[in-house]
Design a binder for this molecule. Structure first.
Ligand SMILES: Nc1ncnc2c1ncn2[C@@H]1O[C@H](COP(=O)(O)OP(=O)(O)OP(=O)(O)O)[C@@H](O)[C@H]1O
Ligand SMILES: [Mg+2]
Length: 243
């Protein structure tokens, strides 16, 4: 057996995070985060400002190097893998700031990242899902609306062939009509079998897509419940989110 085979566990989980700790310099921010995402599931991380939601995503994809614990993606331990190998496992991260290059056009932004897997979206598939982007192909990144930037950022990770998306507040600052469009696109991807880990402050939006929710507080997962039981958990959700 190869060394890799010994660290690969076959199960239905696309993500298994266990006792994840992370630091910014001296500042210990994640204190043993535990949760998982099954294949085809949409799971959210909810929590107040500063709870550690974005840090959890960054630590999963290896943008935060000072970390400890275990992150299994598709059954493969990724803590010591180079980031290119992690991308090759089919994970795609859309950061909170969307990471669009201001001085490149929509087309250039789309073509920049490599298609790390052969089954990445073609430009035609991207334009079917995001017709707005086709109309804006030659526009520069800094001329796009917030909604167009969000769609471009999502399109870019779909081009890589990622089937498991980490989305950090995709609806932040967007008008309700755009939020609805993004919700419809994510529903389509969910129907196609994509798995998602979604960080959201907009609980209504999260609830419309999610199968399960986790609550993050002070760098830990402190509670979990299914979307089906969310009605009964309203008081708890409000208390944790401070709304
Ligand atoms: N680059 C950084 N350097 C130092 N500390 C940071 C940095 N980014 C975040 N933090 C701190 O880490 C903690 C968790 O932040 P994080 O961004 O993960 O929270 P969040 O749950 O995503 O919040 P928000 O809802 O505001 O986006 C906070 O105390 C924050 O101040
Ligand atoms: Mg955040």
């Amino acid at each position: 057996m190869s060394a890799l085979a010994t660290t690969t566990i076959q199960d239905s989980k696309v993500l298994h995070v266990c006792d994840l700790n992370a630091w910014y310099g001296e500042s210990h921010v994640l204190h043993g985060v535990d949760f998982n995402v099954s294949r085809g599931e949409v799971v959210t991380l909810l929590g107040r400002n500063g709870a550690g939601k974005s840090t959890t995503l960054k630590a999963i994809v290896g943008l935060l190097r000072t970390r400890k614990g275990s992150v299994l993606i598709e059954g493969t331990e990724t803590m010591n893998l180079p980031s290119r190998r992690v991308a090759g496992l089919g994970i795609g991260y859309v950061p909170e700031d969307r990471g669009i290059y201001a001085t490149l056009t929509v087309q250039e932004n789309l073509m920049l990242p490599p298609q790390v897997r052969p089954d990445g979206f073609s430009l035609e598939q991207i334009f079917n899902l995001f017709p707005n982007l086709k109309a804006r192909l030659t526009s520069y990144g800094d001329r796009l609306s917030g909604g167009e930037q969000q769609m471009l950022a999502m399109a870019r990770v779909l081009r890589t062939g990622a089937k498991f998306l980490l989305l950090d507040e995709p609806t932040e600052g967007l008008a309700p009509v755009i939020v609805e469009q993004i919700g419809n696109m994510l529903q389509q991807l969910k129907r196609q079998g994509y798995s998602m880990l979604l960080v959201e402050q907009n609980f209504e939006f999260a609830q419309s897509l999610a199968d399960r929710h986790y609550i993050v507080d002070q760098g830990r997962v402190v509670d979990a419940f299914t979307a089906a039981s969310a009605d009964r958990e309203q008081a708890k959700i409000r208390r944790y989110l401070g709304v």
